[in-house]
Ligand binder design. Structure first.
Ligand code: ADP
Ligand code: MG
Length: 250
C-alpha cells in the first residue's frame, strides 16, 4: 500500500532519514518503533505528504506523492486518517461538532446524513450518543482518544496513521487504546501504521514491526522475529536497556 524508496531528509546539518527503504502492506497493522528523536514522526509526515523529502520517493497506492503539486497532495491526503498523541480535539466544539468537522469540510453530505454518520461513528468507537453534547474538557483521556479516532475515520480513510497513541497513558488505558486500534482494524479493514516507543503495545497489535534507527529501517519482521532477534541494538531497545554510550555522561 505504501512503498518508501531511498527517502532522505535533513534539517540543517542533522540527517534524520538516510536513504530509507520500507514497504507497508495493505490491510495490516504495521508498527514502527524506535527511540525518541529517531525520526518516526518525520517518517509518518512524509507518508501523508506533509513534508517533502530531500530525495527519494513515497508511493501510496500506486501514486508517487512528490510528483504531485500542493493542491493534489492535499486531495491525496483525504485517503489518510490520523490520530495524534493528544487526540488534538477542538476544545470550543462539542464532541458532535468535532466528529462532524471533516464531514462538513470535505464532503457533500446533507445535515441529516451527517448526523446519521456521526451516530454510526460514535458507536463504532464504542461510545454512547450522550457524549455528543459534551465538550472535550468533560471527557476522560480515553474518551478523547475515541472521539479523535471517530473523527479520524469519518471520511472512510484507506490508511490510518497513529502517532504514539498510548504515550502518557496508564497501562489499563494503554490496553483500551490497543483494543480500539485492533477493533477498528477488524471492522474497517484499513491499512494501519502505528508509531510507538512503547514496546508492550507493539506485540499485542502488530502484524509487522519495523525499527527505525539512525535514519534507516534497521530490521523489519513479525513480532516473533523481533522476539528472537540476536541484534544487540534491537534487543537493548526491546528490553529497555541503556547502552554504554548512553550511560557515559552520568
Ligand atoms: N520541522 C523540523 N525542523 C527541524 N527539525 C525537525 C523538524 N521536525 C523534526 N525535527 C527533528 O528531527 C528529529 C526527529 O524528530 P521526530 O520525527 O519528531 O522524532 P520521533 O522519532 O521522536 O518521532 C528530531 O531531532 C527533531 O528535532
Ligand atoms: Mg514522534
Amino acid at each position: 500500500m505504501i512503498s518508501i524508496k531511498g527517502l532522505k531528509k535533513s534539517f540543517g546539518a542533522q540527517v534524520v532519514l538516510d536513504d530509507l527503504f520500507f514497504e507497508i502492506p495493505d490491510g495490516k497493522i504495521t508498527v514502527i518503533i524506535g527511540r525518541s528523536g529517531e525520526g518516526k514522526s518525520v517518517l509518518l509526515k512524509h507518508m501523508m505528504g506533509l513534508i517533502r523529502p530531500d530525495s527519494g520517493e513515497v508511493v501510496v497506492d500506486g501514486v508517487s506523492l512528490f510528483t504531485l503539486d500542493d493542491f493534489q497532495l492535499n486531495e491525496n491526503r483525504k485517503q489518510f486518517g490520523m490520530l495524534f498523541q493528544n487526540a488534538a480535539l477542538f476544545d470550543s466544539m462539542t464532541v458532535f461538532e468535532n466528529i462532524a468537522f471533516p464531514l462538513v469540510e470535505h464532503s457533500v453530505l446533507s445535515g441529516n446524513k451527517i448526523t446519521e454518520r456521526v451516530n454510526d461513528l460514535i458507536s463504532l468507537v464504542g461510545m454512547d450518543e450522550v457524549v455528543l453534547k459534551k465538550f472535550p474538557s468533560e471527557l476522560s483521556g480515553g474518551m478523547r482518544k475515541r472521539v479523535g479516532l471517530a473523527r479520524a475515520i469519518a471520511l472512510k480513510p484507506k490508511i490510518l496513521l497513529y502517532d504514539e497513541p498510548t504515550t502518557g497513558l496508564d497501562p489499563v488505558m494503554t490496553d483500551v487504546v490497543d483494543h480500539l486500534i485492533l477493533n477498528t482494524q477488524k471492522k474497517l479493514k484499513v491499512t494501519s501504521v502505528v508509531i510507538s516507543h512503547d514496546i508492550s503495545a507493539v506485540y499485542a497489535i502488530a502484524d509487522k514491526i519495523a525499527m527505525l534507527h539512525e535514519g534507516k529501517i534497521l530490521m523489519d519482521g513479525t513480532p516473533d522475529e523481533f522476539k528472537n532477534t540476536n541484534n544487540e541494538v534491537i534487543k537493548n531497545f526491546l528490553e529497555g536497556r541503556a547502552t554504554g554510550e548512553q550511560l557515559k555522561d552520568l
